[in-house]
Design a protein around this ligand. Structure first.
Ligand SMILES: Cc1cc2nc3c(=O)[nH]c(=O)nc-3n(C[C@H](O)[C@H](O)[C@H](O)COP(=O)(O)O)c2cc1C
Length: 148
């Protein structure tokens, strides 16, 4: 039985935490908040996920730091992100996993409610996201990467 963990930061509206919790409810996966815990031995894990809201086009600094400090060599990793633009911002993790020979086995992105700066004035964007369908897709995403 392979062992999985998701390391996350979700500081804006808890959007990313909702996605992570939906997965953790369905599967046997450990979860750690990178804004609370900064050092951890990840050797026992076969699959390591990094999950984050996107801030200025980047994964949260604490997720980046966590990966840089704690990611062992030769692990399978995956990315989960929520953002206003619902794009793949995982390139922002590249520097943090450099030299670790990590194999990226999947990337999941979904919209996340955003009230940053001027968007607050218009009631925010991506209101109500992630929604039930997004959470369902996240669960299916995780299922896919664990069977492969
Ligand atoms: C300071 C800040 C910067 C943001 N920058 C971006 C951005 O560059 N691109 C984007 O698509 N969304 C951006 N957003 C929107 C967030 O990525 C989105 O709301 C995300 O779901 C927040 O996740 P969280 O609630 O888990 O923290 C930004 C939000 C904040 C608060």
């Amino acid at each position: 039985m392979s062992k999985a963990i998701i390391v996350y930061a979700s500081t804006h509206h808890g959007n990313t935490r909702k996605v992570v919790e939906a997965i953790a409810k369905e599967f046997n996966v450990d979860v750690v908040d990178a804004t609370m815990k900064h050092e951890m031995n990840l050797n026992e894990y076969d699959l390591i996920g990094f999950a984050s809201g996107i801030y200025g086009g980047q994964f949260h600094q604490q997720v980046k730091n966590f990966a840089q400090v704690n990611l062992p060599q030769n692990k399978k990793i995956f990315y989960i992100m929520t953002s206003a633009m619902n794009r793949d911002f995982s390139k922002s993790m590249e520097e943090s996993i450099k030299g670790k020979n990590a194999e990226v086995v999947g990337t999941f992105t979904c919209p996340g409610y955003n009230t940053f700066g001027p968007f607050k004035l218009i009631g925010g964007t991506a209101k109500g996201r992630p929604n039930e369908e997004d959470l369902h897709k996240a669960i299916e995403f995780f299922r896919t990467i664990t069977v492969s």
